[in-house]
Design a protein around this ligand. Structure first.
Ligand SMILES: CC(C)(COP(=O)(O)OP(=O)(O)OC[C@H]1O[C@@H](n2cnc3c(N)ncnc32)[C@H](O)[C@@H]1OP(=O)(O)O)[C@@H](O)C(=O)NCCC(=O)NCCS
Length: 181
């Protein structure tokens, strides 16, 4: 389940490692980053370390790659993740991502997701990738749209906002190898 190292602009994608805990804590303790996510905010760096071990490094046991860390090559700094976190069915996986706020709105995740899709279809041999976002997460919606995902449905039940305690509407998309250009 090892993945190729990928380069784009001044960034690199490589498998997440425990040494990323300090940088992951930086963005994982930021409420703006985690407010749509199922984890965080981290209170200390050991929580980030625990997450890496529990959620990322254990993925091969579930038949998944550990996930990519996004590295700023100029600073040698880990600034986010882009990964396949769930096997939906044979050859069908769900993707997700998050990024340090200092790097938002520069096109980083749009490019990182594109690289992940290429690795998913042409290296891992998946045939379909699904992805979703809370309706209010417009930045995530744009990243998905800019990568050519096809809108499938709105779902009132799939996204639970653990901070408000309510379910919220979310949008779901897919991309097949045939659709991907
Ligand atoms: C979602 C996220 C990964 C986007 O990363 P990013 O590198 O900033 O994304 P990009 O720069 O490639 O694209 C962002 C797009 O959203 C747009 N955008 C951002 N905030 C917006 C807003 N409030 N309203 C409208 N558009 C917005 C940007 O203008 C850009 O679109 P454009 O290229 O058409 O102008 C980042 O915001 C993040 O980490 N969020 C927290 C974690 C998260 O929500 N993960 C996804 C869970 S589904």
């Amino acid at each position: 389940m090892k993945q190729p190292v990928i380069y784009f602009d001044h960034y690199m994608l490589r498998d997440i490692e425990t040494k990323d805990a300090k940088d992951m804590f930086e963005y994982g303790s930021d409420m703006d980053v985690v407010k749509f996510l199922s984890w965080g905010p981290y209170m200390d760096v050991t929580e980030a370390y625990g997450s890496i071990k529990q959620f990322f490094l254990s993925r091969p046991q579930r038949g998944l790659p550990v996930g990519y860390a996004i590295i700023d090559l100029d600073l040698d700094k880990m600034i986010g993740t882009v990964d396949f976190h769930t096997i939906v069915s044979e050859g069908v996986v769900e993707a997700g991502y998050c990024l340090n706020k200092n790097y938002w709105n520069k096109g980083v995740m749009t490019k990182a997701l594109r690289k992940l899709i290429e690795v998913g279809f042409y290296y891992h041999g998946y045939h379909k990738i699904i992805i979703g976002h809370a309706n209010t997460n417009i930045a995530s919606q744009r990243v998905i749209e800019k990568n050519g995902f096809i809108f499938e449905k709105e779902d009132p039940d799939k996204y639970y906002n653990r901070f408000t305690g309510y379910k919220e509407m979310s949008k779901w998309y897919y991309l097949t190898k045939e659709n991907f250009k």
